[in-house]
Design a protein. Structure first.
Ligand code: GDP
Ligand code: IMO
Ligand code: MG
Length: 438
């Protein structure tokens, strides 16, 4: 059983890119399985600092097969410029493959994304505006254009005539927007089809063959379980199909569920969220600002990788962490940004909620209930000591160890990796997730 899934356990931006870059060393195939260029995964390694939106974070090793799976929606221009950026910086992308079944973010999707948000007014979701949500809507609505269509001009033209007429009717009649020109859209599709042709393949077969050979596959999730369409803080979620949770990984790359051996849940040592929606432990005080602005000067503050928006910050939510660990079948936790907590005299962890006088230990289904949750906190001593240079668990200050152990207890899953800085080697590994000895 050779597949390892890496998922975000909160509202995204937990450090999945950083964790995938780290574990990719031991894997032969690294595949993104959901979402689109709404994702922003930061990697800092010997080649520098990179923000990837579509290309898997395994790309830096050169010889690994990197797959953009059928579950991802692809904005062609975003992908082409990401490949160019990597090549310009000396990263070999010849091992990159793009699923022929992946859906394409078409020119109307970002337009509709923004118009939809305007229409929602005070109920706006705070989307990334990348067109990712509307592309998934069209996938489920059976109006999607796939990468295979981009390289099959006759099929594309036939589909495009019908779909564009439909979309222009929506844009002009529903939103009062400007229609898109058929010839312009067609020519753009042809142009990107030719640029992407060398990468487009039946990637499910590539993944299945690697599985059959017993090679390690790393399946890179995007977003976080609390943004998942089914299990997240609906409707303040993303629209990925398959899900942003681990169960979506097989669907998004074309493997059967028995391929999965382990699930690494990436959790930040505190909570963040971009966009709107409930966030029980959100801080509106100086502690929240301190979490957000730590490392800002070095470019590692809590500001969105995709949109640059400030992230909402709060204390670690043990209730939600346990909720997402169970939903994903998490077998290993990677705890990131522990170094950021070094600045506090005392740190807090939410261990339960109060809702209308009752104790609640999980995420309620109703939005009104989610928004009314009052966190119950446990206070732990801080450590007030830089830990970015620490490489073994035993060398962490006792208070930092106690914090990690409390997180472990609340999740019911071992913390196998602790990240103490954005760079590849700034990590403490307490157990080899692939079963080797340390
Ligand atoms: P992703 O979307 O889950 O891949 O996460 P993002 O890249 O959007 O956001 C995570 C941010 O935290 C990036 O700026 C990373 O470089 C940074 N980062 C990751 N791990 C650590 C860590 O342990 N400490 C610090 N200070 N920064 C980290
Ligand atoms: P990574 O993979 C954080 C959020 C948006 C918004 C909601 C819906 O980097 O962790 P969308 O554009 O998807 O329709 O927006 O989801 N969102 C993310 N937040 N990290 C992400 O990805 C996100 N992808 C979407 O901010 O609240
Ligand atoms: Mg991100």
């Amino acid at each position: 059983m050779p597949a390892t899934v890496v998922i975000g356990g909160q509202w995204g931006d937990e450090g999945k890119g950083r964790v995938v870059d780290f574990f990719a060393r031991d894997c032969a195939v690294i595949a993104r399985y959901s979402a689109g260029s709404n994702a922003g995964h930061t990697i800092v390694n010997e080649r520098g600092r990179f923000a990837l939106h579509l290309v898997p974070a395994g790309i830096f090793y050169g010889q690994k097969i990197c797959v953009i799976g059928n579950g991802v929606v692809i904005h062609p221009q975003a992908l082409v410029s990401e490949i160019k950026m990597l090549e310009d910086r000396g990263v070999d992308t010849t091992q990159l493959l793009v699923s022929n079944r992946a859906h394409v973010v078409m020119p109307w999707h970002p337009v509709i994304d923004k118009l939809d948000e305007q229409l929602r007014g005070e109920h706006a979701i705070g989307t990334t505006g990348t067109g990712t949500g509307p592309a998934f809507v069209d996938k489920a609505g059976r109006l999607g254009i796939r990468t295979v269509d981009l390289v099959t001009p006759e099929a594309l033209e036939q589909k495009l005539r019908f779909v564009l007429e439909y979309k222009n009717a929506v844009i002009t009649k529903l939103y009062g927007g400007e229609p898109l020109r058929y010839e312009a859209v067609r020519d753009e599709c042809h142009e990107y089809g030719e640029l992407l042709r060398p990468y487009i393949a039946d990637t499910a077969v590539v993944a299945q063959d690697a599985e059959a050979r017993g090679e390690q596959l790393l399946l890179e999730g995007a977003q976080g379980a609390l943004l998942d369409l089914d299990s997240g803080t609906y409707p303040y979620v993303t629209s990925s199909l398959p899900a942003s949770i681990a169960a979506g990984a097989c669907i998004g790359v074309g493997l059967g569920p028995r391929a999965i051996a382990r699930v690494v849940g990436v959790y930040k040592a505190y909570q963040t969220r971009v966009g709107h929606g409930p966030m029980p432990t959100e801080l509106f005080d100086a502690d929240g600002d301190a979490l957000r602005d730590h490392g800002r000067a070095q470019g590692t503050g809590e500001y969105g990788t995709t949109t640059g928006r400030p992230r909402r910050c709060g204390w670690f939510d043990g209730v939600l962490a346990r909720y997402t660990a169970r939903l994903n079948g998490v077998t290993s936790v990677a705890l990131t940004r522990l170094d950021v907590l070094a600045q506090f005299e005392r740190v807090k962890i939410c261990t339960g909620y109060e809702l209308e006088g009752q104790r609640v230990d999980t995420l309620p289904g109703a939005l009104t209930a989610m928004t009314a949750l009052e966190p119950i906190y446990e206070e732990l001593p801080g450590w007030r000591e830089e830990i970015s240079h620490v490489r073994t668990f035993g060398d962490l200050p006792p208070a930092a160890r106690a914090y990690v152990q409390r997180v472990e207890q609340l999740l019911g899953v071992p913390v196998d990796m602790i990240s103490v800085g954005p760079e590849r080697e700034q990590a403490i590994v307490t157990r080899d997730i692939f079963g080797g000895t340390l």
